[in-house]
Design a binder for this molecule. Structure first.
Ligand code: GAL
Length: 366
């Protein structure tokens, strides 16, 4: 009996959620589905809210979902959105290659798909990609180390670096890594920069799901295995602020920053999260790359609106992002809108982070 009542209750709740969705959609210009990977990272909350608020301002109803980095949950959310008749899907994937069936279903239902920040891979059913120039972001990550370690004004001894990359199932990791390595390679080839662990390949230095705890463990292992005696770690290539902060923690735990001759290694990062900007102001993390989620959100909102109004989309890059699929025997290149990113150090926090309102002084504890 209890079970039956529970079943009835579930049915009633499901029906009212469904009806609610329909009602919201029918009193608006249409329902747009937005899926983000996780709430546990600062940026995806900002991204999701920016897209939702922007679309709602234009009169659309928005179904915004997060999936705690769980792939089956994300797939279910997309299935439900398709069933509920969304007009456009905006997807920031967890694993870019895992959505083939959902993308096929979206195409069959004539729902345009926008790949948000992370490229959806191995499928021709992706209409647009909105992101930053990820290769350039990678070059900025490398440039942070060149600037901070003054590699063009060579120090008297070789510089020891360890390298971290992003999640292997996220295509962004490829651009970030390639850009950074292209900048660092000449210094590695000349012998000025060494990687004492010898761990250089992207697949070896990757961090599944961008997990900062996993990166911290790897950093601890590297320090205990390769850094003893007078071998000091000078710098870390980091693709993501939480990874930068956890690597710094691992270094502090073995005396970096508190022992003579062992300053904290120089670390960059990405995403300009509050904790990293605070760390930059304190002089621990050296820099980060700011990818303004508000601009990405605004570009996406504009794109959705243009698609639904049948307007022509201009300014698309049609050569940078093949996604591994083929159409009529040719590599499919996803038409992309690519935004610019900015390196942030202590010197431009005021101008590029505070004055633009990206973070307030209060958020930064200033
Ligand atoms: C990447 C994204 C980065 C960072 C990372 C971890 O795809 O480009 O900016 O947010 O995911 O979430």
């Amino acid at each position: 009996m209890k079970r039956f009542l529970l079943f009835l209750l579930t049915l009633v709740v499901a029906a009212s959620v469904f009806a609610g969705g329909r009602q919201a959609a029918s009193s608006s210009k249409g329902l747009v589905g937005v899926v983000m990977p996780t709430r546990s990272e600062e940026r995806w909350n900002k991204d999701g809210n920016a897209v939702k608020e922007g679309l709602e301002k234009l009169g659309y109803a928005v179904d915004l979902q997060f999936s705690d980095d769980d792939i089956p949950t994300q797939l279910n959310q997309i299935d439900n959105m398709i069933t509920n008749g969304v007009k456009v899907l905006v997807i920031a994937s967890i694993d870019g290659s895992s959505l083939g069936t959902q993308l096929e279903n979206a195409r069959a239902a004539k729902i345009p798909v926008i790949s948000y920040d992370r490229l959806l891979m191995q499928s021709p059913n992706v209409d647009y990609y909105v992101s930053f120039d990820n290769y350039k972001v990678g070059r900025q990550m490398g440039q942070i180390l060149v600037n901070g370690l003054k590699l063009d004004n060579p120090p008297k001894r070789p510089i020891n670096l360890e390298l971290f990359a992003g999640s292997p199932d996220d295509n962004n990791s490829v651009g970030f890594y390639q850009g950074a390595i292209d900048v660092l390679k000449p210094y590695m080839d000349s012998g000025l920069v060494r990687v004492p662990s010898g761990q250089i390949e992207r697949t070896v230095i990757g961090t599944l799901r961008w997990d900062a705890a996993e990166a911290q463990k790897r950093m601890e292992n590297l320090l205990s295995r390769y850094y003893s005696g007078d071998v000091i770690l000078d710098g870390i290539l980091s693709p993501y602020d939480p990874i930068s902060l956890s690597c710094l923690e691992a270094c502090k735990a073995v005396g970096y920053g508190s022992t003579a001759g062992k300053p904290l290694p120089l670390v960059g990062g990405q995403d300009c999260i509050v904790a990293s900007v605070k760390s930059i102001m304190q002089g621990d993390q050296y820099a980060t790359v700011l990818k303004d989620t508000r601009s990405l959100g605004a570009a996406t909102v504009e794109l959705v609106d243009k698609i639904l109004n049948g307007q022509t989309i201009t300014g698309l890059d049609t050569s940078s992002y093949p996604n591994g699929a083929t159409v009529n025997g040719r590599a499919y290149v996803v038409p992309s809108l690519l935004l610019d990113s900015v390196i942030v150090t202590k010197d431009n926090v005021q101008k590029d982070v505070i004055d633009t309102g990206y973070h307030t002084r209060a958020e930064l504890g200033l």
